[in-house]
Structures are given as C-alpha cells and as structure tokens.
Design a protein around this ligand. Structure first.
Ligand SMILES: Cc1cc2nc3c(=O)[nH]c(=O)nc-3n(C[C@H](O)[C@H](O)[C@H](O)COP(=O)(O)O)c2cc1C
Length: 362
C-alpha cells in the first residue's frame, strides 16, 4: 500500500499486522448475505486503489465449496483485480477444507479465515462455527489442517465466549492454542454466543488477549463510527479493527478512517476529496450509496429477484443508523425490482432528507 501520507493528524499504536504485509489495519467483516462481490466493490468505490484493506467474504461451507461451480454461483465470487479479499471457511474436515482451499486459490485470496463464532443452529449441527470455540483440541486441529493446506495466511474469527459467561482464563488458553497451532492472527468479536449481535461488546477483553498473544489480534463488535475504530486501537492497543454492520450504513467509513490518519489520496472513482463527515452529509450520501449499490448488484448478479433481496437486506442492516430508517426500509421492501427501488430512492431522498446518527437504533 503506497498511499501518500501528509502530516497525519492521528497516530496509531504499532500494529503487528504490518509483519503480514498490511499497512492499513482496518477491515470489513464477513457477513452472510452482505459481504458479496457487489458490497466489496461498493466499499472499494470509496477508497483510492492504493489503499487495500482486507475485505472478507461471507462464510463459505467447505462441504459445498468443492462441488460448486464457482463461476456459476448467483454471482461471481470475486471481481477482476480483487486480491485483498479473504474467504471465510466453515468446516472441520481435512479433505473438505483442503479441497475448498484448492478451489479458491485460483481467485488469489489474500488469506483464509476460519469461522469459530457463528451461533446459527444449523452450523452447530455440523460441529463448526462457535462449537469449535467450546473445544480447544478440536479447534486447534482445524487450524493446523487449514494451515497445512493453505499457502496464504490463516486467521481465526471467534467470539468472547460460548454460552453467556465470559471466562477470560479460557479465552487466553484458547487463543494461545490457536497461536501454537499456526494461526497467523485472530479476530475477536467481543460478544458472547448468547448475545448474538446485540448489546455492548466487551472491548476490554480484546486488549487482554492482544497483550497475551504474539500474533496480531483484531477487535470486532459494536464499532459504529471512525472514532470507535480508532479509539479501540488506541485505547486497547490492539492490532486492528474489523467493521461489520456500520459498513452497511457508512460504506465510506474506511475512507473516513484513512483521512483521519492522514491519507490524502482521494478515491479513484470519485471526484470528492473529502468523505461525508456531518450527520446531514452522511444522510445524503447514504441514499447515493444505495443507488450505486443497486447498479453494482445488477452488474454482478443476473438473477434480478436475488439482487433485489440482497439490496433489501443491505438496507435492513444499514438504515438503522438513519433517523427514519425504519420507514425507509419498509418502503424499499415494497419495491418489486431494482428499477422501482431507484425511482423510489431518488424521490424519497429529495423529499425526506435525514441525518445519520452516530449509533444504530437497536
Ligand atoms: C447479517 C450478518 C451476517 C453475519 N455473517 C457472518 C459470517 O458469515 N461470518 C462471521 O464470522 N460473522 C458473521 N457475522 C458477524 C459479524 O462479522 C460481526 O462479528 C458482528 O456483526 C459484530 O460486529 P458489529 O457489531 O460491528 O456488527 C454476521 C453478522 C451479521 C449482522
């Protein structure tokens, strides 16, 4: 990454991710139904080409990957020239994991991530996701076999705890074993299994884990703004911050962070030199982002009902940061196709401008 840096206004603590070749320690999370190629392209449209944050795919089942025609999914897995994307794997069986990695390598992923946080019941039946977090030996085995077959860095994304109660001693022991089994870095979603995606994230935990580990530790959960992301790194001395739902409201959040750190280069595909900052500017840009996203979905997905569903899901997540987001989402849900969405959004944005809040409505 060679973006020009001009008198940075905020400086960050050193990040061990630099040793893995990453100079921008902020990234966008894996999210089922969201983190597809069109979403990643939307995020990249707010960045200069020289700034390459890691962008994750949604979780991919290693049971299915070896048999799927990856050029014939509802849309392409990745777009031309995208090489900082990280497929997230759900799995536990060596044959399936190695076959999946083999199938994915021709797409030039930057690395592979192992999901140890998904609490969905159908994933638990397969004994993966957050189940792995409950069994240190089993999770270590999955890391070791993934490392054995991956020529790229391997990371693990886990939660603060299975169930409801946080046991710091266990978390430190677990992450130690991930490190010893070969994980190149760890992301901690600082909520428990029982919290799902709700409530405050326990950010203090990630600082404890980062202090105890030699490998980089990235914080995730409850990051709503650029300030949150930067404060997290500074306050808890973690190696990076992974943004999830806030990126569906402010897909320009990495641009804001980069600006605050002193990166001056403007996004390659935009004429503006500043990201939206004020609640009104962000509110206006949100509607433009929805319009742009609808076009990206059409570019990448030939199945129109599928593309419409993806747009509606994106709005369901991100509109919670808007003052009248609930109303906006319900009106978008009524649209029958993306052309209707665009007509509606153009009209709505003009008649109902609204500010974007710092935190999402819960
Ligand atoms: C719709 C949705 C889908 C998600 N899918 C995944 C996934 O595929 N893999 C994963 O590790 N986490 C997944 N997550 C969890 C996020 O990556 C992240 O850990 C969580 O949303 C907490 O961050 P936030 O509070 O900033 O949103 C998902 C979350 C949401 C809301």
């Amino acid at each position: 990454m060679t973006a020009s840096i001009c008198s940075p206004s905020i400086s960050l603590p050193p990040s061990r991710l630099h040793k893995l070749g990453l100079s921008f320690p902020f990234m966008v999370a894996p999210m089922v139904g969201i983190s597809h190629v069109a979403f990643r392209e939307l995020i990249r449209s707010y960045l200069p080409d020289s700034l390459s944050p890691l962008l994750f795919t949604e979780m991919l089942s290693t049971l299915r990957l070896p048999h799927e025609d990856l050029s014939d999914l509802p849309g392409p897995l990745t777009s031309l020239g995208e090489n900082y994307f990280v497929p997230q794997l759900l799995g536990n069986d060596e044959t399936y994991i190695s076959n999946s990695i083999e199938r994915l390598l021709p797409f030039h992923p930057w690395g592979f991530d192992i999901n140890m946080g998904c609490p969905a019941s159908h994933q638990l039946q397969h004994n993966w996701g957050v189940r792995l977090l409950g069994d240190i030996d089993y999770a270590s085995h999955v890391v070791a076999i993934t490392k054995k077959h991956s020529p790229r860095p391997v990371s693990v994304k886990l939660r603060a705890a299975t169930g409801a109660y946080i046991d710091l001693k266990y978390l430190l022991e677990f992450t130690k074993m991930m490190e010893e089994s070969g994980a190149d870095w760890i992301t901690l979603h600082c909520r428990t299994q029982n919290q799902g995606h709700h409530g405050y994230a326990h950010w203090d935990l990630v600082g404890e884990v980062a202090r105890a580990r030699k490998i980089p530790v990235v914080a995730n959960g409850d990051i709503h703004t650029w300030q949150d992301a930067i404060d997290l790194m500074k306050t808890y001395q973690v190696d990076g911050a992974m943004i999830a739902r806030a990126a569906t409201a402010r897909p320009w959040i990495l641009w804001q962070i980069a600006k605050k750190l002193g990166y001056q280069e403007k996004p390659t595909k935009r004429w503006e030199t500043e990201p939206p900052w004020t609640p009104d500017e962000e509110g206006k840009e949100y509607f433009r982002a929805v319009l742009r996203f609808s076009c990206l979905l059409e570019d990448h997905f030939t199945d129109s009902p599928f593309a419409l569903k993806k747009l509606q899901f994106f709005v369901a997540q991100g509109s919670r940061w808007l003052l009248f987001g609930h109303q906006f989402f319900h009106l978008v849900k009524r649209c029958k196709n993306l052309v209707e969405v665009r007509d509606f959004v153009n009209d709505y944005a003009e008649k109902t401008p609204q500010p974007m809040g710092q935190r999402a409505r819960t």
